[in-house]
Design a protein around this ligand. Structure first.
Ligand code: NAG
Ligand code: NAG
Ligand code: NAG
Ligand code: NAG
Ligand code: NAG
Ligand code: NAG
Ligand code: NAG
Length: 811
């Protein structure tokens, strides 16, 4: 059965015919050659160099491809001058020149190098770099020649894109003409070094896309944080060199400039035979060069996206109205070039293109402003280097081209745009109003705070009396100002929205230069009233654990209530384990670490913190991941505090998420540490299987994921539960132990479930003897309707979708 798909697979590769009769090593010495019947293979078997043919054309090329994937070509030598047939040979001469000859001994292609190697060898490195070096030398500085200096359409990890100022070498990507023609197409992707460097995608000499200029740390507007998880970007800019490069660990990745001019980050997933696109640099229409014309400003959150900069109006109102922004905007009031001109600060921008500009790296920002005022045609300035609080001076003259609202994570970029005093006058008045409002609100907040402090003092006193114990010293929680949070989140803009939590939207914001925060803005009509808010604030403020999300403060103003957390860049666990591409990033070791982290966090909540806390809504959406993928338990909106000796409580208002609720909680409203343990078990099995418990379907039965896992476990086929993409990375006994613990956690009766300390012990201790699990909770085959849906029918769904948070009245 397996033969057929395989045959089709190989048949589809037939046009990419490669003859390999004997496989060479990774090195050839002088006078040896690579021809139609042998290839070079890198030492780790990742790359292969040889002659190949593309599509239906008769042309042959010398190139490098992923070993066993001859259709993923990463480099082509003789792009412009193909061989007419497979009779060609790549030869290394005695002085270290490599040349490709055809059958008639004509030189088809050759390396040009001013350096000579004494005893040359050509080697295909494991990075995919073909180098010529002296036999004795291995240092990259001493390569006589390397293919990484002459990129085709793909850049690979450790390959520099950019300039070597000493030699004048400029490395950039050039697209293929089309998918079956590797000759250089019209598109290029490289660094424009003029003034402050920018990364530019161009079609011939016409710019199609640019990042903003280099700001001392990186290119502004370049999507850095979105991919830092798998690749580490490196930028170098000094007097000798200017380049962009990236490193990657245990993942095959590249940047490819497609035949249609898109610059894409691509990855080769394990088991896949094609590149998958992770993201495209040209992400939205605001990335199109000059989308909004001169002095226009592109805001992708607006529809339509183009507007004029403040103080400017459309040059042609008619065109603008039919969404033709080509001719851009002109000043509403022309500058009178008097001393009373001023500057409007525009934050969060991709800086305009450097067409007519002046750069002085040693000038201070103050001086920059003064100098710009002096010259009537200077329209804007900013500091050219954001490091050390900002320095240097970049001034623009004439029109401002290709500005957009930045979509970067933490963007310190801002620009000062020149305005006549009349324009600025208005905004100072506005400012005054804002100041007045802030003062009033600050006073009311203070009053309110005073009142809350007073209240909490009374409550604390009462509590002390009641419990007789020393109550935990309530942490002083920083209070944030509403304006500050509004600014940090771009006025709660849609762009900054991270998602919708149980009680309202969550926004991303940046406080100062790089302090990122997540702001949970409680919706006014949410179920979470002041009680729940206080509950969450006091509870989390007093919790300090590596595996719990950190609360930085809160903000109360009028009806508004907000919680400010540390920002975790990798969103939540469900975005990884249930996503076909993202799940590849979590190998078994990482998943195991995540399981242990959650177990540690929960153990702390149940047992090791000063109060006993039942989370009640543990689920994959509530596990956030930091930049190193460390798990952090979040969302304590419905958590409950237990007395030290209390073991169980009952509620009429069952809140939680189907698929994670234990039977006794869902049916009778009883919750305890054991109901959290049930949720943990579900989570554990979801992490191992990469499948959701809720909505699980299997061809052979109607059980949930828990039932499925148990059925397989009973047949000694536990490993079949494991996510297929873990096939190569898992450790059998660890996985089996985790499945067993998971099944023990989801036992039907609370008394059969272990407490978290035992769970932790069982997971971490290889020698621990584990009981055999019995059938799990909810082990009944569902008929046409989900058990969960039956319950949901009675309840009120607050957000819809699978991450439902539902309230039902318990029986
Ligand atoms: C290819 O090169 C190998 C080794 O350099 C040589 O033995 C072989 O005869 C060559 N084959 C052809 C077809 O030129
Ligand atoms: C190396 O040898 C080739 C031919 O054998 C010659 O064309 C080339 O100029 C030589 N290179 C140098 C740097 O001498
Ligand atoms: C090509 O060069 C080789 C070695 O220099 C020689 O043996 C062969 O006869 C030449 N072939 C032709 C067609 O000139
Ligand atoms: C690719 O380009 C070549 C020449 O540039 C042309 O002959 C060929 O038809 C093109 N192929 C496709 C699939 O567009
Ligand atoms: C937009 O306006 C310009 C003139 O400013 C004109 O040349 C162009 O054709 C217009 N584009 C469309 C799509 O109408
Ligand atoms: C840069 O600014 C400094 C300080 O104002 C000045 O001394 C220097 O001449 C300027 N350099 C250039 C190239 O204009
Ligand atoms: C203003 O700047 C422009 C562009 O650098 C320059 O050409 C012009 O001479 C300057 N004008 C004055 C008065 O300095």
């Amino acid at each position: 059965m397996k033969g057929l798909p395989f045959f089709i697979f190989f048949a589809s590769l037939l046009p990419f015919l490669v003859l390999r009769l004997s496989t060479a090593t990774d090195t050839i010495s002088a006078s040896q050659s690579i021809n139609g019947s042998n290839t070079l293979v890198s030492s780790g078997q990742s790359f292969e160099l040889g002659l190949f043919q593309v599509g239906n054309s008769k042309a042959w090329y010398l190139g490098i491809w992923f070993k066993n994937l001859p259709h993923i070509v990463v480099w082509v030598a003789n792009r412009e001058n193909p061989l007419p047939d497979s009779h060609g040979a790549l030869t290394l001469t005695k002085n270290g020149t490599m040349a490709l000859f055809d059958q008639m001994n004509n030189t088809i292609w050759s390396t040009m190098s001013s350096q000579i190697a004494e005893n040359p060898v050509a080697q295909l490195l494991e990075t995919g770099n073909l180098v010529v070096r002296d036999k004795a030398a291995t240092d990259s500085e001493s390569y006589v020649w390397q293919s990484f200096d002459f990129p085709s359409d793909t850049s690979l990890p450790k390959m520099k894109i950019g300039w070597n100022f000493r030699t004048g070498l400029n490395r950039f990507l050039t697209s293929w003409k089309n998918a079956s023609d590797p000759s250089p197409g019209e598109y290029t992707y490289g660094i424009d070094p003029l003034g402050l460097p920018q990364l530019v995608v161009a079609k011939g000499t016409e710019k199609l896309y640019r990042t903003g200029p280099w700001n001392g740390l990186r290119f502004t507007g370049f999507p850095s944080s979105s991919n830092e998880l798998i690749v580490k970007p490196i930028f170098v800019y000094d007097t000798n060199e200017l380049y962009y490069m990236y490193m990657a660990t245990d993942i095959m990745t590249g940047v490819k400039l497609t035949e249609s001019g898109l610059a894409q980050r691509v990855v080769l997933n394990r088991g896949s035979t094609e590149w998958s696109v992770m993201y495209t640099l040209q992400n939205d229409r605001c990335d199109n060069y000059r989308e909004c014309g001169a002095n226009g400003f592109c805001k992708i959150s607006n529809s339509p996206p183009c507007e004029c900069l403040q103080g400017y109006v459309p040059k042609s109102q008619n065109e603008w109205e039919v969404l033709n922004w080509t001719s851009g905007c002109i000043r509403e009031t022309s500058l009178n070039c008097q001393k009373d001109d001023g500057f409007l600060k525009v934050p969060n921008v991709k800086l305009p293109d450097l067409l007519d500009f002046q750069l002085n790296m040693s000038m201070s920002v103050k001086q920059c402003e003064a100098d710009c005022l002096k010259n009537c045609s200077c329209v804007a300035y900013t500091n050219s280097d954001v490091r050390n609080g900002g320095s240097g001076c970049l001034m623009w003259f004439g029109d401002l081209i290709d500005m957009r609202e930045s979509i970067e994570e933490a963007n310190p970029e801002l620009i000062y745009i020149r305005m006549p005093s009349s324009e600025l006058g208005n905004s100072t008045q506005k400012d005054k109003r804002v100041v007045l409002i802030s003062v009033i609100s600050a006073v009311s907040v203070l009053l309110f705070l005073g009142f809350t402090c007073f209240l909490s003092l009374i409550i604390q006193k009462k509590r002390r009396k009641k419990s007789g114990s020393t109550s935990p010293k309530d942490l002083e929680l920083p209070l944030f100002d509403f304006e500050e949070i509004a600014t940090a989140t771009n006025n709660f803009s849609f762009r900054n929205k991270l998602g919708e939590g149980g009680f309202g939207p969550v926004y991303k914001g940046s406080l100062r230069q790089d302090e990122l925060i997540a702001v949970k803005r409680l919706s006014k009509d949410s179920g979470q009233g002041i009680e729940e808010f206080k509950n969450e604030v006091t509870m989390i403020a007093n919790l300090q654990h590596w595996n719990l999300v950190k609360l930085l403060g809160c903000c109360i103003e009028g009806e508004e209530r907000m919680l400010i957390y540390e920002y975790l860049p990798n969103k939540s666990l469900d975005c990884f384990i249930f996503d076909q591409n993202q799940k590849m990033l979590l190998n078994w070791q990482k998943r195991y670490d995540i399981i242990m982290g959650i177990a540690r966090g929960l153990l702390y909540l149940h047992q090791d913190s000063r109060v006993r806390i039942i989370h009640r809504d543990l689920k994959s959406n509530n596990i956030l991941l930091d930049h190193e993928l460390n798990p952090k338990i979040s969302d304590f909106g419905i958590a409950r505090i237990f007395e030290r000796n209390q073991t169980e409580a009952k509620t009429k208002r069952v809140i939680g998420t189907y698929g994670y609720m234990s039977p006794e909680y869902a049916i009778d409203g009883k919750f305890s540490v054991k109901s959290d343990v049930f949720s943990f078990g579900v989570l554990l099995l979801e992490i191992i299987s990469g499948r959701k418990n809720r909505g699980f379907h299997h061809a052979d039965h109607n059980h949930s994921l828990l039932g499925h896992a148990w059925l397989l476990w009973n047949k000694n086929k536990g490993l079949e539960v494991v996510d297929q993409c873990l096939e190569y990375s898992y450790v059998e006994f660890e996985v089996l132990r985790c499945i067993q613990v998971g099944l023990l956690c989801v036992q039907k009766l609370p008394k059969d479930r272990p407490v978290m300390s035992s769970v932790f012990l069982m997971l971490s201790n290889e020698a621990a003897i584990l009981p055999q699990p019995k059938e799990p909770g909810f082990f009944t085959e569902r008929s046409s309707m989900d058990f969960e849906d039956t319950l949901a029918g009675k309840g009120r769904s607050q957000t819809g979708s699978t991450s439902t948070l539902t309230t039902v009245e318990a029986r």
